[in-house]
Design a protein around this ligand. Structure first.
Ligand SMILES: Nc1ncnc2c1ncn2[C@@H]1O[C@H](COP(=O)(O)OP(=O)(O)O)[C@@H](O)[C@H]1O
Ligand SMILES: [Mg+2]
Length: 234
């Protein structure tokens, strides 16, 4: 990882993956004028998919949720460059890659400080031909084998001692080979011990229940047992 300081902005990036000026790559218009926006997805805000040399990237601007977020949309209190959301997520993705967990490779992160606040962005590898579990399950149910490998992947995440504080089925992707990917590590962190792990699983289970009601996803209680047997298999 290299670091670039540019006025009020600090950029961290992987020079092997980033082939454009590091200080420009977080601006959606930069990609738009070059015709390099290949798609987008809606989460809290818009995630833009952009074309790099030989790989695609997902560009996300950090936004607050909840009521406070309606007032202060994308500003965070600054308490040091290494405490910024973007730097933290970059590091966590790097850590998880090293542990062999299926997460996007981090490409670049930035924080821009103004007064006591900062705003932040992250560019990470776009998982090719992947759909999140909500999309997938709206079309059709998944086999017990796929649930089993979802459970295994979450177990790997937990073996790396990473608490995914927003583990829900929007943040789990499946590619065309049914490989499982975990995304969206904003506000997640490394934590020792085991007592928090059950909480991640419970949140995920609530998410299945919620989307059965909201999006009529194809899901049943026995799918959860397949997932758990994958989780407990290794
Ligand atoms: N690396 C990625 N590869 C493929 N799709 C992605 C990737 N990152 C995000 N997406 C898509 O964009 C959506 C929103 O991104 P996410 O990182 O979850 O941000 P948030 O939920 O904070 O808006 C995801 O649910 C997913 O559909
Ligand atoms: Mg998300």
């Amino acid at each position: 990882m290299e670091t670039l300081r540019n006025g009020t902005q600090v950029v961290w990036f992987d020079p092997k993956l980033l082939n454009v000026p590091p200080d420009m790559c977080f601006e959606a218009p930069y990609w738009l004028v070059q015709n390099k926006v290949t798609g987008s997805a809606k989460g809290r805000g818009t995630t833009w998919f952009v074309q790099l040399d030989g790989l695609q990237a997902a560009l996300r601007h950090y936004r607050r949720g909840g009521l406070f977020g309606k007032l202060v949309k994308d500003q965070y209190w600054f308490s040091g460059w290494e405490n910024t959301r973007s730097y933290q997520e970059y590091q966590l993705l790097q850590h998880l890659r090293e542990k062999g967990v299926n997460v996007p490779r981090p490409i670049a992160a930035q924080a821009d400080k103004f007064g006591p606040f900062y705003s932040a962005d992250l560019l990470s590898e776009r998982i090719p031909n992947a759909k999140d579990l909500v999309d997938t399950l709206q079309q059709a149910p998944l086999s017990a084998e796929v649930y089993y490998s979802i459970g295994q992947q979450i177990h790997k995440l937990h073996q790396a001692q990473v608490n995914h504080t927003d583990l829900n089925i929007h943040n789990l992707l499946l590619d065309i080979e049914n490989k499982v990917w975990i995304i969206d590590f904003d506000k997640c962190y490394e934590q020792s011990g085991d007592d928090w792990k059950q909480g991640n699983l419970e949140r995920l289970k609530r998410s299945f229940h919620k989307e059965v009601k909201r999006f009529a996803i194809h899901w049943q209680e026995s799918d959860w047992h397949s997932l758990l047997s994958g989780y407990h298999s290794t």
